[in-house]
Design a protein around this ligand. Structure first.
Ligand code: 13P
Length: 337
């Protein structure tokens, strides 16, 4: 693959309905996922699980990029092949999560994502290892009197500083301003928090002279809070998400790849499909799912080598369903096959 410019890299990742497999769970998060299937989170188990995912047949043609954690980008498969090479052989570009997690803002319940210190050196190392894109996740919570503008602006400024450094190192930054689903808030509260975050994000990106054509946005969808009594339906989620994005995201952005954020597999696919069926979108609208791509594969695996093929089939199926959804060509009947 010869992709020379940031624009070419970004366009490739989301070409022909392809999306991103987020496999960048930190070790503690991976531990939680493994706990749910009774598997110990050792370095080798994490490697075996991810090697299995990356070798799945359905990676090819459906997945354009894989986000890795620091440990994984350095790992070799059981037979000694670097995991990065397996990803590339599947036609996907390796990416790397580079933020260092969340720090509380004062004694509030809000957080700011940290990791700018020493970032330039880390980026140089990752670029030399073959990473083509990066991810930084900012977290915005909805609650009583929050999100505060202070929290939004501090997080979006950090995202813009990160994005500029990444581009200076020849990689495509994914900017992820995640408004959490946690809570009993309404879909309109989510719309408002998402809009404020996107406005602040693009103001800071433009002030930092970040090349928008060489950037990928990884936002949340506009949904009801996970514990809200009234849950918005698929069509309302699609319409409000697209409306919010059309009003707040420049047309020059090549791709929007959503996070799944705790939605079920099927909801994450159905919402994406409904958005692409609406039409009138200015960018490629695709997926960068962690849980919504992996949940079924993880459950099928259970840490047992003999479950490898059914687990890979589960990942391949979700990858294909989401590729179809990115083209507005999914149908719920395809899930029964
Ligand atoms: P989920 O799709 O599980 O939300 O994960 C995506 C991700 O990379 C969060 O940063």
């Amino acid at each position: 693959m010869s992709l020379n410019t940031l624009e070419e890299i970004a366009a490739y990742i989301v070409s022909e309905g392809k999306g991103i497999l987020a496999a960048d769970e930190s070790n503690p998060t991976c531990g939680k996922r493994f706990d749910s299937i009774g598997v110990e989170s050792t370095e080798n188990n994490r490697r075996d699980y991810r090697e299995m995912l990356f070798r799945s047949k359905g990676m090819k043609g459906n997945i354009g990029g894989v986000i890795l954690f620091d440990e994984t980008i350095r790992q070799n498969a059981k037979d000694g092949t670097p995991l990065i090479n397996i990803i590339e052989d599947q036609g996907a570009l390796p990416g790397i999560k580079v933020d260092k997690g969340l720090q509380p803002i004062g004694d509030s319940e809000e957080t700011v994502t940290v990791g700018l210190e020493g970032l330039d050196e880390r980026l140089k190392e990752y670029a030399a290892m073959g990473a083509k894109f990066t991810k930084w996740r900012a977290v915005i919570k909805i609650g009583d009197g929050i999100p505060s503008q202070e929290c939004i602006d501090a997080n979006m400024k950090a995202l813009a500083d990160y994005a500029k450094l990444v581009q200076d190192n020849g990689m495509v930054p994914m900017v992820e301003p995640e408004v959490l689903m946690d809570g009993g808030h309404s879909i309109d509260d989510c719309y408002e928090a998402t809009e404020r975050s996107l406005q602040s994000l693009f103001t800071h990106l433009i002030a930092n002279e970040v090349n928008i054509k060489g950037t990928i946005l990884k936002p949340n969808m506009v949904t009801s809070g996970s514990t809200a009594e009234k849950q918005a339906g698929v069509q309302e989620v699609a319409e409000k998400t697209v409306d919010c994005l059309l009003k707040n995201v420049p047309a020059s952005l090549p791709g929007i790849t959503f996070l799944s954020g705790g939605q079920s597999d099927i909801h994450a696919t159905a919402h994406l499909d409904a958005m692409n069926k609406l039409g009138g979108l200015l960018w490629k609208v695709s997926f960068s799912y962690g849980r919504a791509l992996q949940a079924a594969a993880l459950k099928a695996w259970k840490g047992k080598p003999e479950n490898m093929f059914i687990s890979q089939d589960a990942l391949s199926h979700r990858a294909l369903m989401n590729k179809l959804a990115s083209q507005g060509e999914w149908d719920s009947s395809l899930e029964d096959q």
